[in-house]
Design a protein around this ligand. Structure first.
Ligand code: HSE
Length: 299
């Protein structure tokens, strides 16, 4: 049996709509082997009790079949095991992890014929956006855009200098719904607003000029429209700023939010913000999750 460990991901990171993602240390595990016939799928997912099909509709299965097709291999049957730790439908890349894990497992069964770039391209055709899948494959922060396939660049984030605080609500938000509230077009000034800030985001993280993050995380492409789908989001943004976060953003299409916090303020921020979240959103999870700088690995 081959096994793949795939990190959760936090996409967009404020201004990098549909092109930037960061991998973090929560993992889904996908194991698979070829069997003589049929489909056997076992799911261990006591985390969020999400409904996951165990037939041809299963996302890991469909991703594996896509990879087998690309390679030109026809498995007789498949046995798949999923151990899910990434919260589903929360904007933390749970579906991207299933897609990447499925493609990498199928690729490994066939002797590793697909390159990293081919894996990312295939995964993007399943996911629709390259941000989560690219970061899940590469680890660290990944920037990914389409140009005759996906072009990407990635770099590690220094966990000794920055902490990522996750606010995970007790309600889900489907990406399809979160995209349906976005306008069809944006103005020239809003486009310029985001281009500058997303460039600043990568520059600030690469140079360690973290005080620029409060500006770099600002966005006019999606967060304003989505905040009304995420009850409590405006209060979280405001309180996190008051407690000294370097910046806060909606993770992927939500419902999770993330504050980036300087290491020097890590303990105080946690104490203050944890108290606020516990008092106001008692069923939410609030925790620091370090960045994964390695990306998905075959175990
Ligand atoms: N970037 C996507 C969105 C989510 O914000 O709708 C992740 O692919």
């Amino acid at each position: 049996m081959v096994s793949v460990k795939v990190p959760a991901t936090s996409a967009n990171v404020g201004s990098g709509f549909d092109c930037i993602g960061i991998a973090v240390q929560i993992y889904n595990y996908i194991s698979a082997e070829e069997i003589d016939e049929g489909i056997q799928i076992e799911i261990d997912d006591d985390n969020y009790h999400s409904f996951i099909p165990t037939d041809e509709r299963n996302l890991v299965y469909r991703s594996m079949m896509l990879a087998f097709d690309k390679i030109g291999y026809k498995p007789k049957g498949l046995h798949i095991k999923q151990k899910n730790n990434i919260p589903a439908t929360r904007g933390m890349g749970s579906s991207a992890s299933c897609v990447v894990g499925g493609i990498m497992a199928a690729n490994q069964i066939c002797g590793g014929q697909l390159s990293k770039t081919e894996i990312i391209n295939l995964a993007t055709t399943m996911e629709g956006h390259p941000d989560n899948v690219t970061a899940a494959v590469t680890g660290g922060l990944a920037v990914a855009v389409r140009n005759n396939g996906i072009r990407y660049s990635n770099f590690p984030i220094d966990n000794r200098k920055l902490s990522f605080a996750f606010y995970i609500p007790d309600f889900s938000l489907r990406t399809k719904v979160a995209r349906s509230v976005l306008p069809e077009t944006v103005s020239y000034s809003d486009a310029c607003y985001n281009i500058g800030r997303s460039a600043m985001l990568t520059s600030a993280l690469l140079t360690g000029n973290y005080k620029l993050l409060s500006t770099a995380l600002q966005d006019r492409m999606h967060q304003y429209y989505r905040k009304r789908l995420i009850g409590g989001s405006s209060k979280i943004f405001k309180e996190a700023e008051r407690c000294g976060a370097l910046g806060t953003y909606i993770s992927g299409s939500g419902s999770t939010m993330v504050s980036i916090v300087g290491k020097d303020n890590e303990a105080r921020f946690y104490n203050d913000m944890n108290k606020y979240v516990t008092e106001n959103f008692e069923k939410w999870q609030f925790k620091y999750v370090p960045v994964d700088n390695r990306g998905a690995v075959i175990l």
